[in-house]
Structures are given as structure tokens and as C-alpha cells.
Write a protein that binds this ligand. Structure first.
Ligand SMILES: Cc1cc2nc3c(=O)[nH]c(=O)nc-3n(C[C@H](O)[C@H](O)[C@H](O)COP(=O)(O)OP(=O)(O)OC[C@H]3O[C@@H](n4cnc5c(N)ncnc54)[C@H](O)[C@@H]3O)c2cc1C
Length: 337
């Protein structure tokens, strides 16, 4: 384990923002984690846990220690006729885990195919896509409490999962380093094709869906056609969360915007934040080196040479415009540092 100084993080964040960490360390064994927490550099500096850097916006240099999760390994813990418990270490690439499970014919993670980033970060914001969320297949995780130096297991309830949210974004932010996650997956055919975009794609292309690998392939194809590849155009996926409003608010908005799209989710009303941003005229616009993606108004992009502060200013400008027009506060999904 080697702690590096003044480390360039440009390749470690998908926005491709040029920024430096005062200290940087890569952890590839659990023993190194224990060794690290007794190191004075660890004890005397702010710390940042890092996976793929696909949900982080650096607005300045990080004046502390960045800890890159490189703990790898995927194993089947136990199985019965119906279910299988798969454990994956936090430094595994999320999509590699999805492929491991669908290639074995397990059900649960296929709708979450091709989400960038690491397994260790996946519970932090309860990743979700195409009608599925991490919490649907989550069983438990093990994390290191960096205040006490002890490992702790978290059950699903203890993670307090919500929409793009968990206890690790709130009261335990920056306190628990997620070492490994256990998923409970089904061995019985249980496909989830209810999500509108997915269902339409299957129907329009007359695809016969036989197994979870088929869903994984379809989701990957749709995502590749819609989302910018961070290797080509810097971005962190959706910059803002979708918006939930009350029935009264919806009725108020419908008076001025009868065409406003909305979705009923149990007792909640979801408004696509992309529609709010698009209606404010931001979609596809550029502001200096940064801008809003031409196909998806939720995605802020770095056209090259952009600074994190420019993207943050753009996000604030968008949020102000949305508030002024609709009286709705939109909330960032990306971690702004
Ligand atoms: C093109 C694109 C598409 C995307 N699509 C989706 C999508 O469909 N659905 C979705 O939910 N997200 C999506 N995202 C966001 C992103 O992929 C997820 O949030 C992902 O889980 C982030 O993983 P990461 O390893 O890159 O995390 P990082 O960006 O490295 O970290 C994110 C947060 O988690 C913390 N963290 C990282 N590792 C650990 C750890 N081991 N222990 C504790 N905390 C940790 C970090 O400190 C930070 O606060 C997309 C991003 C991109 C670029």
C-alpha cells in the first residue's frame, strides 16, 4: 500500500474534471484498509471514498486523502432451489457483477445493466434504472467504520434505502467504507419488463425474452443509444433526481401546463425533472466548456476543458430557472465536492 501525494484525479472522475488530491491510496486487500486507518495521514486528513468517480463532481482540489476501492472478488455464498446469495467486493465493476449473474441465469440485477461505477458505491444511492432498484435484490453489506476501526454488517432495513438515497448519503456519510455486498437473487424465472421504455422496445422489435441475459442485452442496447459515453463526453449520468410533488401542486401546474407529464407511483406523483429543465429551454445548450446533453436534459456534460465550478454554476442556474418557472426545487443526484 503506497500513499501518493498531489495525485491527478482527471482519469478518476467521469466528468473528466482536472483536479488533484493531496493524498491518494489504492486499497486492494482488506488488511491494507486496517493498516491505513492507523496511518497518521489517514487520521489527520479529510477522507473521500472513491469507486469509479461516476457520481462525483469535483469543484476544487481535494485537500485530503482519496481512498480508491480496488477490493475484488465475486463468490456464491449459498443457494437452494429458489434463491442464490452472491457476494461481491466493493471494487468490482458493477456491470461485471451483472454479467456474472445473468450468465449464470440468475434474476435480479439485469435491469441495472451498464450502470457505470463500482459495487461498493451501488448501495450509497440505491442505484436504479428500468423499473428496478438495487434494494430489490440487496441482502446485506459489510463496511468498515472508520471512526472505530471495526467491521459492521448492515441489513437491508439498516441501510434505509430510498429513491437514490441511503443511510450512507445521510447520517453515515463518509463514515462507513463499503467492503462487500451480498445480493439475494432468484433462480426462478422472474423478469421485470413493466418499465414503459423497456416494454415498448421489446414489443416494437418483436423480441422474445427468454432469460435475464436477454433483458441485460436489451437494457444495454437502449442505454448505449441514449446516454453519452463518459469516455467520449464527460458526464455523471443524471445530474438531478426526478421530482415528486403533491396532488395539489400537480393540479396547480396543470392549469398553466396541461401537457405536463406525470407518473403515479403508489401514493406519490413523479414529474420527470428532464421535462422541467427542457421546458426552461436548457436542453442541448452550451455554456462555455460545459452544457446540457442534446438528447437528455438531465445530463450535464463537460465538452472538454470544463471546470467543476462551471458545471456547478450551470446546475445552480438550471435549478433557479426551474424554481422561478414552476416553484419546484430540484435536487442534485451527483455528489458535489
Ligand atoms: C453515463 C452514466 C449513466 C448513469 N446511469 C445511472 C443510472 O441509470 N442509475 C443510477 O442510479 N446511477 C446512474 N449513474 C450514476 C453512477 O453510475 C452511480 O451512482 C454509481 O453507483 C456510482 O458508482 P461509482 O463507483 O462511480 O461511485 P463514485 O462516483 O466513486 O462515488 C459515489 C459516492 O459513493 C461514495 N462511495 C464510493 N465508494 C464507496 C465505498 N466503497 N464505501 C462508501 N462510500 C463509497 C463516494 O464517496 C461518493 O459519495 C450514471 C452515471 C453515468 C456516468
Amino acid at each position: 500500500m503506497k500513499i501518493l501525494e498531489n495525485f491527478d484525479l482527471t482519469k478518476f472522475n467521469t466528468f473528466g474534471i482536472k483536479t488533484n488530491a493531496k493524498y491518494f491510496v489504492e486499497i486492494s486487500k482488506e488488511e491494507e484498509l486496517l493498516e491505513l486507518i492507523s496511518n497518521p495521514i489517514f487520521q489527520n486528513n479529510p477522507r473521500l471514498f472513491l469507486g469509479g468517480g461516476s457520481n462525483i463532481l469535483f469543484t476544487k482540489d481535494f485537500d485530503g486523502l482519496v481512498i480508491l476501492n480496488k477490493l475484488t472478488g465475486i463468490e456464491i455464498l449459498k443457494e437452494d432451489e429458489d434463491d442464490v446469495y452472491v457476494k461481491a467486493y466493493g471494487g468490482e465493476i458493477w456491470h461485471d457483477l451483472v454479467l456474472f449473474t445473468v450468465n449464470k441465469g440468475y434474476f435480479g440485477l439485469e435491469n441495472l445493466s451498464l450502470i457505470p461505477g463500482s459495487v461498493g458505491a451501488s448501495p450509497v444511492q440505491n442505484i436504479g434504472a428500468y423499473g428496478s432498484e438495487l434494494k430489490d435484490s440487496f441482502f446485506s453489506l459489510t463496511a468498515l467504520d472508520i471512526e472505530t476501526g471495526e467491521f459492521r454488517d448492515f441489513s437491508k432495513d439498516e441501510c434505509e434505502f430510498g429513491y437514490r438515497d441511503s443511510v450512507f448519503k445521510n447520517k453515515y456519510k463518509n463514515r462507513f467504507f463499503i467492503v462487500s455486498v451480498i445480493f439475494k437473487l432468484s433462480k426462478k424465472q422472474s423478469l421485470n419488463t413493466d418499465y414503459r421504455v423497456l416494454k415498448n422496445y421489446i414489443n416494437e422489435n418483436k423480441i422474445e425474452v427468454r432469460n435475464s441475459k436477454d433483458i441485460s442485452d436489451i437494457v444495454a442496447t437502449i442505454r448505449r443509444s441514449k446516454l453519452p459515453d463518459p469516455k467520449v463526453l464527460g458526464n455523471a449520468g443524471s445530474f438531478f433526481k426526478n421530482t415528486y410533488i403533491s396532488k395539489d401542486k400537480l393540479e396547480e401546474l396543470q392549469k398553466s401546463y396541461p401537457e405536463i407529464p406525470y407518473f403515479l407511483e403508489e401514493d406519490k406523483i413523479k414529474i420527470p425533472t428532464a421535462w422541467l429543465i427542457e421546458t426552461c429551454g436548457f436542453k442541448g445548450k452550451s455554456f462555455g466548456n460545459v452544457g446540457i446533453h442534446e438528447k437528455q436534459a438531465l445530463i450535464l456534460v463537460n465538452h472538454g476543458g470544463g471546470e467543476g465550478a462551471e458545471i456547478k454554476d450551470l446546475a445552480l442556474n438550471i435549478a433557479k430557472n426551474v424554481y422561478d418557472k414552476f416553484g419546484i426545487e430540484i435536487i442534485p443526484e451527483v455528489n458535489i465536492l
